[in-house]
Design a binder for this molecule. Structure first.
Ligand code: C2E
Ligand code: CA
Ligand code: CA
Ligand code: CA
Length: 278
């Protein structure tokens, strides 16, 4: 009846309001988080499948919230993106990752390439190039040891993406397409865009042994990358069978829990840099 419906609506409105309030609160907290030093980076190794050597690492941001504990980027990156906060946050991530990589290189470890995720808003930002050059200058990291990960959706506006990517490549920084296969980038774009690498989305890699279609997709992307003279990385490798499959396909690199989850810099150093061949 009408009264019950009214109550139901009330409850709904209340729940919605709570959600909106929570969101607003989180957004407020996010705004302060950068100044308060609540962000930190984790690193996940990227392994060359032919040599078995760790050749790179992806920097992944975390937020240590004072009340809620560690918050996943899946939760706060979209918020940061909407509020525009992603621009200063992304710049912080980039600086931090370059700084860390330089520190490890100076320590005499074998040089690795660090991958940093770019968000749409950052990618479109007119100061992106100045920011990248500035950070490379400031940290002293050679551009060749930095790779930026963009997603297919960012190449939707082809001319704009082309210009931005060309400028990034010009300074010597590498570019990869993340989550490849889940977006809408047409093969037509792929042949023209100045990129270096495809990262096969983990949804295909995860069930590569269970689902013949996934296996077909992974091997097709890998072979296409070879033909286009692009590097190819498989994401989300969790077991040895998947690794063997990828190696058979001559996939260049792999990343996933099988090697390691994203870990703190100090752990990364102990596990993957120290005492390993220099
Ligand atoms: P992504 O760029 O695709 O990063 C890979 C995600 O997959 C990471 O989640 C990583 O922990 C997870 N992963 C890696 N190997 C495995 C595996 O074997 N199995 C499974 N199940 N998962 C695996 P994370 O760190 O939670 O990041 C989620 C997403 O948040 C990232 O996806 C990326 O889109 C975004 N993100 C993270 N850090 C940043 C950043 O600094 N800037 C921007 N713009 N986005 C970021
Ligand atoms: Ca990524
Ligand atoms: Ca990915
Ligand atoms: Ca992603």
């Amino acid at each position: 009846n009408a009264k019950e419906q009214g109550l139901e609506l009330n409850r709904y409105a209340h729940a919605m309001q709570m959600k909106a309030q929570e969101r607003l609160q989180l957004e407020n907290d996010l705004r302060k988080a950068l100044d308060r030093g609540q962000f930190y980076l984790m690193y996940q190794p990227q392994v060359n499948l032919a040599s078995g050597l760790v050749v790179g690492m992806e920097a992944l941001v975390r937020w240590q919230h004072p009340q809620r504990g560690s918050i996943s980027p899946a939760e706060f990156i979209p918020l940061a993106e909407e509020s525009g906060l992603i621009v200063p946050l992304g710049e912080w991530v980039l600086r931090q990752a370059c700084k860390q990589n330089k520190i490890w290189q100076e320590a005499g470890y074998r040089k690795l390439c660090v991958s940093v995720n770019l968000s749409m808003r950052q990618f479109r930002h007119s100061h992106l190039l100045d920011n990248i050059s500035g950070i490379l200058n400031e940290t002293g990291l050679e551009p060749a040891w930095l790779e930026l990960e963009i997603t297919e959706s960012m190449t939707f506006d082809k001319d704009r993406a082309f210009e931005q990517l060309r400028k990034i490549k010009e300074i010597g920084v590498h570019i990869s397409i993340d989550d490849f296969g889940t977006g809408y980038s047409s093969l037509h774009y792929l042949k023209d865009l100045p990129i270096d690498r495809l990262k096969i989305d983990r949804s295909f890699v995860n069930e590569v042994m269970e689902d013949r279609n996934n296996a077909a997709i992974v091997s097709t992307i890998t072979s296409m990358a070879h033909h286009l003279q692009l590097k190819v990385t498989a994401e989300g490798v969790e077991n040895e069978e998947q690794l063997v499959f990828l190696r058979d396909q001559h996939c260049h690199e792999a990343q996933g829990y099988f090697f390691s989850k994203p870990i703190l810099p100090s752990d990364f150093e102990t596990k993957f840099l120290r005492d390993v061949d220099k």
